[in-house]
Write a protein that binds this ligand. Structure first.
Ligand code: UD1
Ligand code: MG
Length: 449
């Protein structure tokens, strides 16, 4: 096994995003771009990961620590080019690795396989290797200057002559370097060019001049698509959604209309899950075997147990834990609540900060009043209970196993197990009063005598 160091460049400002947030924190499929890149690096077996961030990018550092606590973060104080950025991680390079791979934090669609292909020439003794791709429009990319399958140099657009500009094969940006030669190669890069920057791409010609070979592997443009603008962010999102839908179906999920279902990178499905059209999965969702998510549901940070049915038009918010066979129907919102096996909340309800026992039925229009304007409080409902239609449970409150709440109850006190609670004023009928009232009004008198 060759020891791999991955250096992720993420010091860019991302001016074209027009955002208060560093570019690499913008999400695709519910996950920041830099985290996708870290995932790929770790999945490719990186022994060590270094991330180069810009000054004042504490939020990027925090995200890196969250996703890859073992990664080392370096700050590039001044943006002086891609080779300069790599050298910000000098301390990591000095530790000595067999292979060094440079990735960009704004290129989130790279797969572990792509990295394996990039590294392959190193095992055959190459000093450096890059990925080539053929974009629709090569403007702005470095061109790969080759001769008989050999990579001679990478010419940046600004330095390229007319002939070189006509080359369609472009540099994807990722680079693999022989770990033993990497520092020497990088230290030889200078900034004698149009942009007065230290170009990482110069390493190719430098390695050749030192008698090393340079490898190139051509990959699909969509695997190496970089994001510089909101429009490109949306393109990356579309590509990733297509991949995630294909993976879900491959794993045994029925997506009735795949192109209308939006997934997160971490959405997890069991087998024989059915997802109807127009469903959105935010981050942190696990759906178990045989569950059905019906049309127009919004699901985020939730666990849906085996055989459960959710929707249509349901909203599961973070902390929704649905046990086996639970039903959550239309216009129901569940937040930070556990519903045990067989519980049903079928219509027009809000269940928040609650636990609901097995086989309990919650009638239409039930609300757990969990917020008093200052703090959140919990509602606990036992098993086999019946919550009558349009009940309000004013938390903190608990309802025991087998209890029965009358329709329209406002429950402010705990209800013991097996009790019947009527939390409303008794109805009063006043015989004849409606007719007398009508008579007074039609005689032009005030309603009250
Ligand atoms: C680079 C390549 C080009 C390639 C293109 C692919 C060089 C000189 N050119 O050009 O051949 O076709 O990517 O997209 O490498 N960064 C830093 N610090 C810096 C400069 C850049 O961290 O000082 C980071 C950026 O945040 C970005 C990446 O490095 O993630 C690439 O930099 P960018 O300025 O986009 O390079 P390009 O001009 O696009
Ligand atoms: Mg770029």
């Amino acid at each position: 096994m060759r020891q791999l160091l991955v250096i992720v460049l993420a010091a860019g400002e991302g001016t074209r995003m027009r955002s208060a947030q560093p570019k690499v924190l913008h999400a695709v499929a519910g996950r920041p771009m830099v985290s996708h890149v870290l995932d790929a690096a770790l999945a490719a077996g990186a022994a060590h990961v270094a991330v180069v961030i810009g000054p004042d990018h504490d939020k990027v550092a925090a995200e890196v620590r969250r996703v890859a606590p073992q990664a080392e973060v370096f700050v590039q104080a001044e943006r002086r080019g891609t080779a300069h950025a790599v050298l910000a991680a000098r301390a990591a390079l000095e530790r000595g690795f067999d292979d060094v791979v440079v990735m960009y934090g704004d290129t989130p669609l790279v797969r572990p396989d792509t990295l394996a292909a990039l590294r392959a020439p190193l095992t055959d003794g190459a000093g450096v290797a890059v990925l080539g791709f053929r974009p629709q429009d090569p403007t702005g990319y470095g061109r790969l200057v080759t001769e008989g399958g050999q990579l001679l140099a990478i010419r940046e657009e600004k330095e390229a002559n007319v002939e070189e500009r006509a080359i369609r094969l472009c540099n994807a940006g990722l680079m693999a370097l022989d770990g033993r030669a990497a520092l020497d190669l990088l230290d030889r890069v200078d900034d004698a060019n149009a942009k007065k920057e230290f170009y990482l791409t110069d390493v190719v010609a430098i390695a050749r001049a030192l008698g090393r070979t340079a490898g190139v592997c051509e990959v699909a443009a969509e695997d190496v698509a970089g994001v510089n603008s909101r429009a490109q962010l949306a393109q990356a999102e579309a590509i990733l959604q297509r991949r995630l839908r294909a993976q879900a179906m491959e794993a045994g999920v029925t997506l009735v209309a795949p192109e209308t279902v939006f997934l997160s990178a971490d959405t997890s499905f069991g087998r024989d899950v059915v997802v109807e059209p127009n469903v959105f999965f935010g981050a942190g969702v696990r759906v178990e075997d045989g569950a059905t998510i019906r049309a127009f549901s919004h699901v985020e940070g939730a666990h849906v147990g085996p055989g459960a049915i959710v929707g249509p038009f349901a909203r599961l918010r973070p902390g929704a834990e649905l046990g086996q066979g639970v039903h959550v129907g239309n216009f129901v919102e569940i937040k930070a609540s556990t519903l045990a096996a067989g519980a049903k909340v079928n219509h027009l309800s809000y269940v928040g900060d609650s636990s609901v026992g097995a086989n309990t039925n919650i009638g239409a229009g039930t609300i757990t009043c969990n917020y008093d304007g200052f703090r959140k409080h919990r509602t606990t409902i036992g098993a086999n209970a019946f919550i009558g239609t349009n009940s309000l449970l004013v938390a903190p409150v608990s309802v025991g196993d087998g209890a029965y709440l009358a329709t329209g109850s406002v429950i402010t006190d705990d209800v013991p197990a097996d009790a019947l609670a009527i939390g409303r004023a008794r109805q009063v009928n006043k015989p004849g009063l409606a007719a007398r009232l009508r008579a007074r009004l039609s005689a032009g008198l005030a309603p009250k005598a």
